[in-house]
Design a protein around this ligand. Structure first.
Ligand SMILES: Nc1nc2c(c(=O)[nH]1)N[C@H]1C(S)=C(S)[C@@H](COP(=O)(O)O)O[C@H]1N2
Ligand SMILES: [Mo]
Length: 320
């Protein structure tokens, strides 16, 4: 079977590809060579076919992104970062065919009155699903527009009645070496962990996503349930969540633990604060093609009206 190279890969110049990991240089070169058409397709024949996604019942929330044009389905589902399945953008789609997102249990622990194990169904039951179209900005200076299906994270967290000591909320990704081939490489300390300050988590923009394009999440996008915080760099959006923990102290986060100078706890999109190795002032819009101008990155990824007050009085150069 011949699998055509997705056309948007042709829009990526070698100089556009910036690694999030010092371990990735050789792969980045290969990927750049593929993108530049120097070598054959990155997708081998017989790549695992992802299972069909199920339809979700949801309403469209027109208050979020009704004016935005989403990326194509193939872009959203085959240009991914999910290092548990490999570090190339095409790896998650290719290597996640064995991953079993059902049945699924989320453990809730820490500073809350209600803790314990909750099935995926328990988690979803009280929450009407809605579609929200969000701009998504990766720390590697590319962006997409994604039509998520989900529900407000704050509505979920309130059900657990966090105590007054719950200053932060920490999330953990599932750790299943038999289904996630990337876990054998120590590119990060596994499992992947992330966290938010509790007021950030309660902000109405933060959602738990269970779908894209009206259907359940493909494995490569973080099935069955993942975080989406569109004012932050993409790495905050932790995938395939198995634990939610309320904490008094700021929890460790994977990229900060790996390279603290480059990735802070807050990870707010900020065109004025460069990454130590590249500028964050502009972004490549995936799907725009080879000659498209990079578009300016917006403060808080364009969501300043909704979230800037969370950081009033903070030095955003220090708290990057
Ligand atoms: N567990 C886990 N979550 C993760 C990542 C990862 O490698 N592992 N990558 C992050 C990064 S860097 C980005 S940009 C987004 C990408 O989400 P998407 O592939 O659904 O667009 O997922 C984030 N969540
Ligand atoms: Mo990212």
């Amino acid at each position: 079977m011949l699998i055509k190279r997705p056309e948007y890969l042709g829009g990526v110049k070698p100089s556009d590809i910036i690694s999030e990991s010092v371990y990735e240089n050789r792969r980045t070169f290969l990927k750049a060579a593929v993108a530049a058409g120097l070598v054959g397709s990155a997708l081998p024949a017989g790549a695992a076919q992802a299972p069909a996604q199920a339809d979700l019942k949801y309403t469209k929330n027109k208050a979020f992104g009704a004016d935005l044009k989403p990326n194509r389905y193939e872009e959203v589902t085959s240009y991914n970062n999910y290092y548990e399945f490999g570090t190339d953008k095409s790896d998650p789609a290719q290597n996640s065919g064995k991953f079993k997102p059902q049945p699924w249990t989320v453990k809730v622990s820490g500073e809350a009155e209600v803790t314990g194990d909750f099935s995926y169904e328990d988690i979803l039951k009280p929450h009407p699903l809605e579609e929200r179209i969000y701009r998504m900005r990766c720390v590697e200076a590319w962006s997409m527009v994604i039509p998520w299906v989900g529900f407000p994270l704050g509505d979920l967290l309130k059900r657990f009645k966090p105590t007054s000591k719950a200053k932060y909320v920490a999330f953990t990704t599932v750790n299943r070496p038999s289904e996630m081939p990337g876990l054998r490489y120590p590119v990060l300390e596994w499992p992947y962990v992330e966290g938010l300050r509790i007021d950030e988590a309660m902000n109405p923009l933060a959602i738990m996503a269970v779908g894209v394009f009206g259907k359940t999440l493909p494995n490569q996008n973080g099935a069955p349930i993942r975080l989406v915080t569109p004012w932050k760099y993409g790495f905050k959006g932790i995938k395939s969540i198995v634990e939610i923990r309320f904490t008094e102290k700021q929890p460790p986060t994977s990229w900060n633990r790996s390279q603290a100078r480059e990735y802070g706890f807050y990870a707010n999109v900020n065109p004025e604060v460069d990454h130590p190795r590249w500028s964050q002032a502009r972004e490549q819009v995936i799907g725009n093609g080879l000659f498209a101008a990079r578009q300016p990155t917006l403060m808080f990824n364009g969501y300043a009206d909704q979230v800037a007050s969370l950081y009033a009085g903070m030095d955003l150069r220090k708290n990057y």
